[in-house]
Design a protein around this ligand. Structure first.
Ligand SMILES: [Zn+2]
Length: 326
C-alpha cells in the first residue's frame, strides 16, 4: 500500500533524519517527511502508491478541491489577468536567455493551458504542451490553439524533437522519480536550451519559520521538497549547468522580483476569493502595510526566485545576456 524510499533519489545515501510529521489534507493520516543527511533533499517516505497518487489528480483537483487548495487552474481560464501575472514568472526567465519568438517551447504539466495561452498572445510561435490528466488536457485544447499531448512526460515518444525552452511550473514536486525527470529534460533540450521550473523552496524563510505548517507541504502529492542546493545538484548530475539568480544582471534581477511580487499578490487575491483561512489571517496581520511592500515581503519569504534555472551547455539560445557577478 505504501512505497518506502530506502535510498535518496539524489545522492543515493541511505541515512535520513525526520524533517516533519504532517497530517494529509485529503487522507487524514500522518505522513513523514525525511531529510537526507547526505545532500539535504527532503521527501515523503513512505508515500502513497502510484495508483493512489494518480487517483488524487481528479477533475476536482484542478478546480481547487484537491489535496492542494492552491491549485485552481480552472478559475485561471476565466481570469486572463491572473494567468498573465502568474505567467510573467516564466516569461521574464525566457527573456533572460532570448528575445526570439520562434523558440521551441515545451510546457511540461501544462494543466489547463493558461501559460500556453499567454505565450500565444505574446506571439511565441512554436509551443507544445504535455499533460497527464485527460480532463485538464481537454480544457487546455479548448483554451489555446497550441497542440497539447495527453500523456506522461517520462514515457511519451518525442521522436527526435528538441526544445529551446522546457518549462515546468509546480510540477517537479509531484514527480515520483525526479532524477528520471531531469534526465529527460536534459535529453530533450537543444544545445544552449534552458530549463525553467518553479517549485517550493524548502530552505526559504517561510519554510524555515513555519516548519511543518509551511503551506507548501502537501504530503499526498508533493513528494519532494527542493532547495537551490539540491536543485543545482540534480542539474549537475544530469549534465546541466545551473544559472543562479545571483548570476543575472541587475536589470533582470530587479524585474524578476517585481514580477514575483505581483504574482504572489495575485495568488493571494485568488486564495482570498476561495476563502483560504490561512491567507485571510496573514492578510489581516499585514493590512496596514502598502501592497507593494507585502508583495516584496512574500517574495523574499517564499524564496522561489533563488531556485536556479538550468542551461544545456555553454551556448546561449539567443540575444539575451547573462552577466556573471563576482
Ligand atoms: Zn541525498
Amino acid at each position: 500500500m505504501v512505497e518506502r524510499l530506502s535510498r535518496c533519489n539524489l545522492c543515493l545515501g541511505a541515512r535520513f533524519s525526520v524533517y516533519a510529521r504532517v497530517r494529509g489534507t485529503m487522507l487524514k493520516r500522518v505522513f513523514t517527511l525525511l531529510r537526507c543527511d547526505g545532500c539535504g533533499l527532503v521527501f515523503v517516505s513512505p508515500r502513497l502508491t502510484r495508483a493512489e497518487v494518480s487517483a488524487l489528480y481528479s477533475p476536482s483537483y484542478f478546480q481547487g478541491d484537491g489535496f492542494d487548495a492552491a491549485v485552481d487552474y480552472v478559475s485561471l481560464l476565466d481570469n486572463y489577468d491572473a494567468a498573465q501575472r502568474e505567467s510573467d514568472y516564466v516569461l521574464e526567465r525566457i527573456r533572460v536567455f532570448s528575445s526570439r519568438k520562434d523558440l521551441r517551447i515545451l510546457d511540461v504539466g501544462c494543466a489547463t493551458g493558461s501559460l500556453l495561452r499567454v505565450l500565444e498572445r505574446k506571439k511565441y510561435a512554436s509551443l507544445l504542451g504535455i499533460e497527464l490528466s485527460p480532463y485538464a488536457a481537454g480544457l487546455a485544447r479548448k483554451n489555446c490553439t497550441s497542440p497539447v499531448i495527453t500523456g506522461d512526460f517520462l514515457k511519451h515518444d518525442f521522436g527526435d524533437r528538441q526544445f529551446d525552452v522546457i518549462v515546468s511550473t509546480e510540477v517537479i514536486e509531484h514527480v515520483t522519480d525526479p532524477m528520471r525527470f531531469f534526465r529527460r529534460v536534459k535529453r530533450l533540450l537543444a544545445p544552449g536550451g534552458v530549463f525553467i521550473c518553479s517549485t517550493g523552496n524548502v530552505r526559504s524563510l517561510a519554510a524555515r519559520l513555519l516548519g511543518k505548517r509551511w503551506h507548501y507541504i502537501a504530503p499526498e502529492g508533493h513528494l519532494f521538497y527542493f532547495s537551490p542546493t539540491t536543485l543545482s545538484r540534480y542539474y549537475a548530475a544530469v549534465g546541466l549547468e545551473s544559472v543562479e539568480y545571483s548570476a543575472l544582471d541587475g536589470k533582470h534581477r530587479k524585474k524578476m522580483l517585481r514580477i514575483e511580487d505581483n504574482m504572489l499578490l495575485s495568488i493571494l487575491d485568488r486564495s482570498m476569493h476561495n476563502n483560504d483561512r490561512r491567507v485571510e489571517f496573514v492578510l489581516k496581520m499585514l493590512r496596514f502595510l502598502p501592497r507593494r511592500f507585502i508583495g516584496r515581503v512574500l517574495t523574499i519569504a517564499m524564496g522561489k526566485y533563488r531556485l536556479p534555472m538550468a542551461k544545456n551547455g555553454i551556448g546561449i539560445v539567443g540575444a539575451g545576456k547573462v552577466s556573471r557577478k563576482k
